[in-house]
Design a protein around this ligand. Structure first.
Ligand SMILES: *Cc1c(COP(=O)(O)O)cnc(C)c1O
Length: 356
């Protein structure tokens, strides 16, 4: 069997959820969209279900996968519904929906439902992606409140730059939110992971942690609270071949790495088709049998190469960690043209093995 795999530590996931919930000071929806950022939505949701207040996914398709697997806690659709015909299905499966656009408000007005549907009304407080304009927000809230088949429950918004801890924009978005929602009642939800960790003023009734649940810091720099997270995924494989090369020899596609001295190269069964970043540079950290090592040469589809010169004990069968407990995902990202979010979401083909 190919030795490439992703170990998923569900106890670490629960630890991170508890930290998120404690920081938020209220309730927390565990964001498990995009197959739980590559960690497997069903297994992650099942592991969190006994203690989670609920879950958030992007769309009804993702929610139904969880319902079919027996997840019973509330599930919020972060992009809401895409057409009015989905609305009865939302009720049937007990889903909550974000409403972020005027056409969705009109659809609700024109679609009577047998029971109230729970709605989170999203404000565009400055990110300018989705959300109701600040000037129209209070009016829209009241229009929804007037509908017997809608229970408009939570005022929400989303930050564009909460991961930049010295950026004034986040405070501006908060001020816009306070002004646009003043006097409306209902509950509040603003925080994603970087806001929960870095912007205490944004904490409110409901948090929406995603990335931090998986134990990865949303910040490029060191951060005391983010340091308390436990990595959930360990991506690992093994050395499957070794080359002893003299100085001046190229390694791999495009000869991006050329040996400067006699060099031992280890070939690892892991490539960009498994989700390892194709554009990781020479020197990107790995761990070889638990010791720091580095990538040498361009990543191929199914294999990559590491420098074993300083690892005389290592050989065929040695364990190589690509990221996880020994190699923070953020360090791999710092050497690749990607983000921590995309790094995790990109994992595929490798089997996910669960512990805890
Ligand atoms: C994805 C998402 C989140 C979670 O964001 P993280 O940065 O991963 O914590 C929260 N809210 C909304 C609206 C989202 O789309």
């Amino acid at each position: 069997m190919r030795p490439a795999r992703a170990l998923i530590d569900l106890e670490a996931l629960r630890h991170n959820y508890r930290l998120a919930r404690r920081l938020g000071g209220g309730r927390a929806l565990a964001v498990v969209k995009a197959d739980a950022y590559g960690h497997g939505a069903v297994r992650c949701a099942a592991a969190l279900e006994p203690e989670a207040d609920g879950f958030a996914v992007a769309c009804i398709e993702e929610a139904l996968v969880l319902r079919e697997a027996g997840i019973r806690k509330p599930i919020l659709l972060l992009e809401g519904f895409f057409e009015a015909s989905e609305l009865p299905l939302l009720l049937e499966h007990d889903l909550w929906t974000v409403v972020h656009a005027p056409w969705q408000v009109e659809a609700l007005e024109h679609t009577p439902l047998p029971r109230p549907l729970r709605v989170w009304l999203k404000l565009d407080s400055g990110m300018h992606r989705v959300g109701i304009d600040a000037a129209a927000y209070a009016d829209t809230w009241r229009r929804l409140q007037a509908l017997p088949h809608v229970e408009v429950a939570v005022k929400m918004s989303h930050f564009a730059r909460a991961d930049e801890l010295d950026c004034a924009r986040t405070a501006q978005q908060l001020a816009t939110f306070a002004e646009a929602t003043a006097g409306l009642g209902g509950q509040t939800s603003i925080c994603n992971s970087p806001a929960l960790l870095g912007w205490p003023d944004a904490r409110a009734d409901w948090a929406r942690p995603g990335l931090m649940l998986y134990g990865v810091s949303p910040f490029a720099q060191a951060h005391a609270l983010a340091a308390q997270l436990h990595p959930v995924m360990t991506l690992e494989s093994k050395v499957i071949a070794v080359r002893e090369l003299p100085a001046g020899e190229p390694v791999g596609y495009g000869a991006r790495f050329v040996t400067e001295a006699p060099t031992r190269i280890g070939v690892v069964a892991m490539g960009y088709a498994d989700g390892y970043p194709q554009f990781a540079v020479n020197g990107t950290p790995v761990a070889i049998d638990g010791r720091p090592g580095r990538l040498a040469g361009r990543v191929s589809m199914d294999m990559l190469t590491v420098d074993l010169t300083d690892h005389p004990q290592a050989g065929v069968g040695s364990r190589v960690e690509l990221w996880g407990n020994q190699v923070p995902a953020g360090e791999v990202v710092a050497h690749s043209q990607t983000s921590t979010y995309r790094l995790l979401c990109a994992v595929k083909r490798v089997p996910l093995e669960y512990r805890g």
